[in-house]
Design a protein around this ligand. Structure first.
Ligand code: DON
Length: 304
């Protein structure tokens, strides 16, 4: 087993000694209350010999990281029919931009930008009897942790200021790519984004993407093909208009959220999660990106 402890400690020292120029997300007012000084890393090596540093056990808002989990649930439920309603191309645009959606007549570029995730939310609202609870149960099952929950205050805070997401959902509806009503779909979407998890819990949730579709309890949730496709989408679309930069610097499939979390993984080897709430101008964690660049450079562990 490779011992990553030295690398994690070196990275911790490195990030503690550079200025964090990132800014905590404030467009969702509740997220602005988070202390920017938090920093945590959790490395799950799939064999139960995990390593961690700093604030790895403090829950934070997973935000867009949840989009990978809703996509997984939608693929479980309706399989490749998902791709009748969205594409798998990087957008090269910020996560909440609308211009391409209008030009491309209501077909989102991919499931990880907001428009695509809102269509995925619509699929789950159509397919599940009790969408929020059944999705939460899915996350608890794959993570093997019944304590994971939505933060209702964050969900409400986003609902109260979610004007762009309302515009996105309405535009989708106008093109016939939203089957349920806007309010119901966005209620689901705001809740999925308001899921709270620690670095450790997130690493457990993403275990199945590094472990050929099988979760920590060795239960199969996704097929090999589905995992291949989800990891490919994370690599090409997981960081919006910074997906190229993340592949260039880090070289792993991954997903970020405006809560400051980043999950990245190397199939068959590990899942690594960083949390640092200060965001760079593209909405990705400033120190998290650097920590992951250092990790793959020091260990030589990337998909390239
Ligand atoms: O819809 C939003 O704007 C947020 N709930 C999620 C955005 C997000 O996390 C983008 N990722 N970096």
């Amino acid at each position: 087993m490779q011992d990553y402890r030295v690398s994690l400690e070196e990275i911790h020292t490195y990030v503690k000694n550079i200025e964090d120029t990132g800014k905590v997300a404030s467009y969702i007012p509740e997220l602005a209350n988070v202390n920017k000084a938090h920093f945590g890393i959790y490395l799950n090596n799939l064999k139960g010999e995990d390593q961690h540093i700093g604030d790895y056990n403090i829950p934070f808002s997973v935000q867009s990281i949840s989009k990978v989990l809703t996509l997984s649930k939608a693929l479980q439920l309706i399989g490749t029919d998902v791709w009748k309603r969205m594409d798998v191309e990087p957008s090269g645009d910020p996560f909440n931009h609308l211009s391409l959606l209008e030009l491309e007549e209501g077909i989102p570029r991919n499931p990880l930008i907001n428009a695509g995730a809102i269509v995925i939310a619509d699929i789950l609202v159509s397919e599940l009897k009790d969408p929020k609870n059944e999705f939460l149960q899915f996350v608890r099952d794959i993570t093997n942790d019944q304590t994971i929950a939505f933060n209702e205050k964050v969900a409400l805070s986003e609902k109260n200021t979610g004007f762009v997401n309302y515009a996105t959902a309405n535009l989708l509806k106008s093109f016939g790519n939203l089957k349920n009503d806007v309010e119901t779909v966005l209620d689901f979407y705001f809740h999925q984004c308001a899921l709270e998890m620690t670095c450790k819990q997130l690493s457990n949730a993403f275990y199945l993407f590094a472990n050929r579709g099988n979760c920590m309890r060795d239960v199969a949730h996704l097929s090999l093909t589905q995992v291949k496709r989800i990891n490919a989408i994370m690599l090409t679309c997981g960081f919006y208009d910074e997906a190229g930069e993340f592949a260039f610097e880090v070289g792993l499939p991954g997903k970020s959220g405006v809560g400051g979390g980043i999950v990245a993984l190397l199939p068959n080897e590990f899942v690594i999660v960083t949390w640092s709430p200060g965001l760079n101008p593209k909405g990705n964690s400033y120190l998290g990106m650097q920590a992951l660049e250092q990790f793959t450079t020091k260990t030589g562990k990337s998909i390239f």
